[in-house]
Design a protein around this ligand. Structure first.
Ligand SMILES: [Zn+2]
Length: 137
């Protein structure tokens, strides 16, 4: 987005509400809502570069992938979506697997080739998968 487009966008919404008062700005980064963002201008690129470099201050904003809001599972490193599954009938444990590359945590096969899940419940499966994918709550 260019600064011209950003300014046009902001003008379009400024004073546009029912109260006709100036609007405040908030951000949603990943799944975190930032109601009063602390923003500064780091540089204006007065030379070869034409951008405006903004900094959003604070150290608790999620940077990078965050868990899927529906499943609570981080995306796989390949970009694929993970799901929690159960082992075959005789083996009732849980495991998590990526639909893209089929990497898994807690998955094994028994001697009879049936899928076996190593985790006793979905919560432990989710926690382990998310930890493996770099999630830091
Ligand atoms: Zn994957």
């Amino acid at each position: 987005m260019t600064t011209t487009k950003l300014i046009e966008l902001l003008r379009q919404y400024e004073f546009g509400g029912a109260t006709r008062r100036p609007r405040e700005i908030s951000f949603t980064v990943g799944n975190k809502f930032i109601s009063v963002p602390d923003i500064s201008v780091d540089g204006t690129g007065d030379g070869l570069f034409t951008e405006i470099c903004l900094s959003l201050h604070g150290d608790d904003y999620p940077i990078g992938p965050v868990p899927d809001p529906d499943t609570g599972l981080m995306p796989c490193g390949c970009g694929g979506k993970a799901t929690i599954k159960r082992g075959d009938a005789a083996y009732s444990g849980y495991f998590a697997m990526c639909s893209g590359c089929e990497c898994a945590v807690g998955f094994d096969r028994k001697e009879d080739n049936r899928a076996f899940g190593e985790f006793p419940d979905e919560e432990q499966t989710k926690t382990t998968w998310n930890t493996a994918m770099g999630y830091k709550p």
